[in-house]
Design a protein around this ligand. Structure first.
Ligand code: B12
Length: 311
């Protein structure tokens, strides 16, 4: 199995970025993960200890190589220019849930590779695919495979797609021949735009993120302290402020993935309408998005805090 063949299939299937990595433990990320735990900056969404997180074989013991994909989700949607009170949902919530979309893309890629294996009289490739749903460090694998560098806003930044791409990783039980990729040099320099754009200074120097100050986390957290409640303002789910400020995220191409396309009413929901949604209506509007799993209660709480904090 070689890299070129997989790259071609991926391109035909609408996968924007693809890379390959060795499944040796992800030791280059260990100290960062440990430091995050020591600082008390875990969110509870990560799962697993740092040691478990860097150990690919613990997750799939037959793994011999790794494939990582990146899918662009960028689109520019303007806030409706009306008098209505509106919040915003982050771009991760626009369109269909990315977990589902990336899982489908990874499955389609592996199905095609396996059809070729059958035609060639070779055994099928066994695999496990992940997107945001395991303790494995998605950004770490993508970094190792040369998809981007770690920005000060914590995101993995690709020089063409900026940071608006989702990451999926596939562990396969077959050796893939691929040329080793040099790590992409950090491109932030002395830029501080993301740090300055964060309303509550969640981003520290040294690529850290304090979740108790990060709007993206607070809009998903179940119980908020009174101080945390005050930090809910523009966003009802997720937050893109540190991404929007990044020079690498200007003038990007719109995603070709139509399942992510959305409209201004969805991106900037009317607060009054949101507060009146029945459970069924909420499910229709947000059930198939990445915000669906958190449910109506949290989003309605955020909408109420949005109104309260405006006063
Ligand atoms: C927990 C989590 C969150 C938490 C905490 C975020 C955080 N920064 O840790 C919250 C809820 C806040 C969150 C928010 C968002 N998230 Co999130 N999240 C995750 C999750 C589940 C784990 C992240 C994690 O392990 N954090 C702990 C830190 C230590 O690890 P890390 O973020 O990977 O960071 C690495 C760097 O800090 C690094 N590092 C720093 N400098 C250097 C230098 C070198 C040389 C090396 C080797 C490493 C290194 O070491 C770490 C380990 O690799 C991943 C999915 C997954 N399973 O990996 C998605 C993931 C990171 N999230 C993602 C997204 C899209 C978002 C949001 C943009 C969504 C939104 N709009 O609200 C925001 C962005 C917030 C931000 N600025 O980071 C994407 C990121 C895509 C990308 N291009 O970077 C991921 C990968 C999901 C996916 N599969 O696509 N998220």
């Amino acid at each position: 199995m070689n890299e070129e063949k997989i790259r071609k299939i991926a391109e035909n299937q609408g996968i924007d970025l693809i890379g390959f990595f060795s499944v040796a433990p992800l030791s280059e990320c260990l100290s960062h993960l440990e430091k995050r735990v020591e600082q008390g900056f875990s969110t509870g969404f990560e799962g697993g200890t740092p040691q478990e997180r860097i150990d690919y074989l613990k997750h799939f013991s037959k793994a011999k190589s790794g494939i990582v994909i990146g899918v662009n989700y960028y689109q520019s949607i303007h806030r409706p220019d009306d008098e209505t009170s509106r919040g915003a949902v982050a771009a991760v919530v626009w369109g269909r849930d990315y977990h589902e979309v990336l899982r489908e893309k990874m499955r389609a890629l592996m199905d095609t590779l396996n059809q070729d294996q059958i035609v060639a009289g070779k055994p099928k490739i066994g695999y496990e695919a992940y997107v945001d749903n395991s303790p494995l460090v998605d950004r770490g694998s993508a970094y190792r495979a040369g998809l981007g560098f770690f920005g000060k806003n914590n995101c993995l930044i690709n020089k063409t797609l900026g940071s608006y791409f989702f990451i999926g990783q596939i562990l396969v039980d077959t050796d893939i021949e691929f040329s080793s990729t040099a790590a992409i040099e950090n491109g932030c320099g002395d830029c501080r735009r993301c740090l300055d754009a964060c309303p509550h200074n969640a981003l520290g120097d040294g690529f850290s993120l304090d979740p108790s100050k990060c709007v993206a986390f607070l809009t998903q957290k179940k119980e908020l302290t009174p101080d945390e409640e005050k930090r809910i303002s523009t966003y009802l789910y997720g937050c893109d402020l540190c991404q929007q400020a990044c020079p690498y995220n200007q003038e990007l191409e719109k995603t070709k993935e139509e399942r992510f396309w959305t409209d201004d009413e969805t991106a900037y929901p009317k607060i009054e309408a949101l507060l009146k949604l029945s459970n069924k209506e909420f499910k229709n509007q947000f059930g198939k998005t990445a915000a669906g799993w958190r449910g109506k209660k949290i989003m309605v709480r955020n909408a109420k805090l949005f109104e309260k904090n405006k006063k």
